[in-house]
Design a protein around this ligand. Structure first.
Ligand code: UGA
Length: 423
């Protein structure tokens, strides 16, 4: 927003994050973000004092989390908190823009909620403006977005949002608030479905002797299918697809409808995440006392985010089997260590068996290992050559959840190699 000429003040309740940002440090790992913060320093402010910011704002964008609740529904308590703070502090007409992913109908409720708590005699409208950036490519996805979706219920709100996005020079799709809310879920769930479909086909490929990479390549040339998001693998993770598939399924159930396609995507993904672990269990008598190299912990490369990462499903299974894990991730190790500390004094709950160590290179993880699992497609992991597995590991047995290597090259290097959808 600042890069496109607007004056922006970022508000958060977390003082630590705000202090970091005031010093030009991004609290998350995201390529090019700090540079952009630096370039636009003059147009950017950071504060925990929301009152001073909300009272004079022309537009307030809400981008708080809407995490999954145990029943699959989205937790809207953070949205409600912010909406109430806005209602109690705005002193002039303003547009509240909901960027957070929220179930269809939430914008209507937010508008009513603000109305109910409004202190001053001002006009506050609410618009939906879902976000389509992906982690790791956030800056590029924002500045070069394929489209901007704006959902409004009045000409005034539509004009304000149009004016805000005009300097971006990107296609704008203007729809109703409910349609905008639905576009976000429908788009994410379609991509999740696309991945689960490819994972399902990959598993069948293995059984019938076809190669999923070739199949995906052949499919992708058809522009009706498109070549993106056809990568079979260890299942989708992250803060969005797992949560948004479950939330849409929940919304459908609330309305007495069964969303069978999305349910199927969720089911396939749950199985896919532990597919390689299960294969390894068939191959090995036990993990007890084995040195297990885990390469990659984050849900994808380019981010330090661990939410719904396949590593979180697999590491506890391996530990419970008594594995001695040596994990490497170029960015995500520190976050992972907080959940799975190395030393018992740091642990809230003791591992019943097994142990975990964090190392600074893929080579260190592989050194003397009996088996290796690849969970993330980091460049640093791709740089490990097939012969390195043979040279470094005690027994070169590799389970690759990201299809990083050529099957034949691995075999020729003497590696017993299992991947997804390829014999
Ligand atoms: C996703 C969407 O791609 C964004 O458009 C959306 O804005 C965002 O969610 C959101 O709702 O905020 P993100 O979760 O950051 O973005 O990451 P993706 O690149 O979409 O990857 C999600 C998961 O799918 C990862 O675990 C990735 O490894 C997996 N994936 C992706 C595959 O397994 N195969 C593919 O072909 C592509």
């Amino acid at each position: 927003m600042a890069h496109r000429g607007h004056n922006v003040t970022c508000v958060d309740i977390d003082e630590k994050k705000i202090t970091m940002m005031q010093q030009g440090i991004s609290p998350i790992y995201e390529q090019d973000l700090e540079e952009l913060m630096y370039i636009n320093e003059e147009k950017l402010g950071y504060t925990t004092d929301y009152k001073s910011v909300y009272k004079n704002a022309d537009a307030i964008f809400i981008g708080v989390g809407t995490p999954e609740q145990p029943d699959g529904s989205a937790n809207l308590s953070y949205i409600a908190t912010v909406a109430r703070q806005i209602a109690e502090t705005v002193e002039k007409d303003c547009l509240v823009v909901v960027k957070s992913t929220v179930p269809v109908g939430t914008n209507d409720k937010v508008e009513q909620f603000i109305q109910d708590f409004l202190v001053n005699d001002v006009n506050v409208q609410v618009a939906s403006n879902p976000e389509f950036l992906a982690q790791g490519t956030a800056v590029r996805d924002t500045l070069e977005a394929a489209r901007i979706i704006i959902g409004t219920n009045s000409i005034k709100a539509e004009n304000t949002l149009m004016a805000i996005y005009e300097p971006f020079g990107l296609p704008i799709v203007s729809v109703s608030r409910r349609s905008a809310e639905m576009i976000k879920y429908a788009a994410n769930d379609f991509l999740a479905l696309k991945i689960s479909y490819m994972n399902d086909i990959a598993n069948l490929c293995e059984l019938v002797g076809a190669d999923i990479e070739d199949v995906a390549r052949g499919m992708g040339f058809d522009s009706r299918i498109g070549s993106k998001f056809l990568n079979a693998g260890i299942g989708y993770g992250g803060s969005c697809f797992p949560k948004d598939t479950k939330a849409l399924d929940y919304l459908a159930t609330l309305h007495g409808y069964e969303l069978r396609t999305v349910k199927a995507a969720i089911d396939v993904n749950n199985d896919q995440k532990i597919l390689l672990y299960k294969k390894a269990c068939q191959r090995l008598i036990t993990f007890n006392g084995l040195k297990v190299a885990v390469l990659g912990l984050t849900f994808k490369s380019g981010t330090d985010d661990l939410r719904e990462a396949p590593s979180l499903d697999n590491v506890p299974l391996l530990l419970a089997q008594g594995a001695d894990i040596y994990a490497y991730d170029p960015i995500g190790s520190e976050n992972f260590r907080r959940r799975f500390p190395e030393t018992s004094s740091e642990r809230e709950v003791e591992y019943s068996k097994g142990s975990i160590h964090y190392v600074r290179s893929a080579e260190a993880a592989l050194d003397g290992a009996n088996v290796c699992f690849i969970f993330t497609e980091w460049g640093e992991i791709k740089a490990v050559m097939p012969e390195d597995y043979n040279r470094l590991m005690r027994t070169p047995l590799v389970y690759d959840g990201r299809n990083i290597y050529d099957v034949n090259e691995m075999r020729e290097s003497g590696v017993e190699y299992y991947s997804i959808g390829r014999k």
